[in-house]
Ligand binder design. Structure first.
Ligand SMILES: [Zn+2]
Length: 393
């Protein structure tokens, strides 16, 4: 058991400090103290970790929206047809990459074997960020997670990252299955995406949505709603979800309502700027990349960093920080970092995480450069050290 002292420029999850001290107990994996230099006692004999001039200390980064589809190809048929074992093994490789890029927690919202990836990390069997898993997403039959052109039983068997459910009681049962699987959040498709061609349609009726949210509340689980379009966002917000994922088509009225109810906005911008993304010219997408974030900012809706990187041929894991850079274009660097640390930890339901604060878990990243001035300092090639629970990776 050793006390480590890190000293240098730091971001504590809320604001920057020019010359701060982070005192870590590597035995318990917690932060013993944080503050301006001089305000934190440095016990004799404690080990000093040299933070070089020009480097910055941050809480571990958090991505609140990922998948580990682990396919070479792209699209629901490709994602569904990867054998489960291969998907999990590739997912383990991606988790290692994420940790080394400075991510110490992620929330996966629908992944083959996602719950087992979470368990394997927790047990120390594989290296990676803590995984908050939804076990399986909830989708209506014939929705975007239902691979088309196959007999229904075959589709459900292949799409083993989703429970198809229809009607309030099937929806409740699906939530109960998520809880039974060990899921920590309920993810459901309040709308489709673009994968069925032209339009985006709301999914699940009001009664079904209410059943999902109510059952999740009964079981103490948070609810994340994938929602494209005003109607789907409105239904999800009206039923009281905890976060709106993607949220294309956010209106000022809905943004204010989200702020009032404390519902978080996870815009997943980097997905739509990705060169492999087929619908980049869609009007809804164009608006999302120009206006939706301004609406959220203007109305004070709380943004949480989530990339929707899925780990396929078009959206590989590793450069998830690019989502922080996209959000920073609207929010500024400091606020984008709040969205990727302290606020993300709260969104994930992680206790005492996401900030450099006494009693918090010692998940710490040191980067070369100053992300207050240059968000590219978060790029993986500029990550110098990653500490998870007080241990250097
Ligand atoms: Zn997603």
């Amino acid at each position: 058991m050793a006390t480590l002292i890190l000293r240098g420029k730091a971001f504590d999850g809320r604001r920057f400090y020019e010359d701060a001290i982070v005192k870590v107990d590597s035995g318990s994996g917690t932060i013993l103290g944080f503050g301006e230099r001089g305000s934190v006692e440095e016990p004799r004999g404690s080990k000093r970790v040299t933070v070089k001039e020009g480097e910055t200390i941050l809480p571990g980064l958090i991505d609140a929206h990922v998948h580990f589809y682990s396919s070479k190809g792209v699209g629901v048929n490709e994602w569904a047809s990867v054998p489960d074992t291969l998907a999990v093994l590739r997912g383990a490789g991606d988790l290692r990459k994420l940790l080394r890029a400075g991510f110490t927690a992620v929330r996966e919202l629908g992944t083959k074997g996602g719950i087992h990836l979470a368990q394997a990390v927790a047990e120390g069997a594989i290296e990676g960020p803590e995984v908050v898993s939804c076990a399986r997403a909830l989708a209506q039959t014939g929705g975007d997670d239902d691979p088309p052109g196959l007999p229904l039983e075959v589709a459900q068997q292949l799409a083993s990252y989703t429970y198809f459910c229809d009607g309030p009681w099937e929806c409740r049962k699906a939530v109960r299955k998520v809880a039974r699987d060990g899921g920590k959040v309920v993810k459901f498709y309040a709308s489709g995406a673009f994968s069925r061609g032209a339009g985006v349609k709301p999914n699940f009726t009001v009664k079904e949505t209410r059943a999902i949210v109510d059952e999740s509340r009964r079981l103490g689980l948070k609810v994340a709603a994938h929602a494209y379009g005003e109607e789907a966002i409105e239904r999800a917000v009206g039923c009281g979800v905890d976060s709106v994922e993607h949220g294309l088509g956010l209106t000022p009225r809905l943004a204010s309502e989200m702020k009032r109810k404390g519902i978080r906005y996870v815009p997943t911008l980097v997905t739509y700027v990705n060169p492999g993304y087929k619908n980049r010219n869609n009007e809804m997408v164009k608006r999302h990349l120009s206006e939706d974030m301004l609406v959220a900012k203007e109305r004070g809706t709380e943004v949480v960093m989530g990339s929707d990187i899925v780990g396929d041929g078009a959206r590989p894991h590793g450069r998830n920080y690019e989502e922080i850079a996209e959000e920073a274009k609207f929010l500024g660097n400091r606020e984008a970092l709040v969205a990727a640390t302290s606020r993300a930890a709260d969104c994930l339901g992680l206790e005492r995480a996401g900030a450099l604060r006494e009693g918090y878990r010692a998940d710490v990243v040191i980067v070369r450069g100053d992300p207050e001035a240059d968000i590219q300092a978060l790029a993986p090639e500029r990550v110098v050290h990653v500490m998870k629970y007080g241990k250097f990776v």
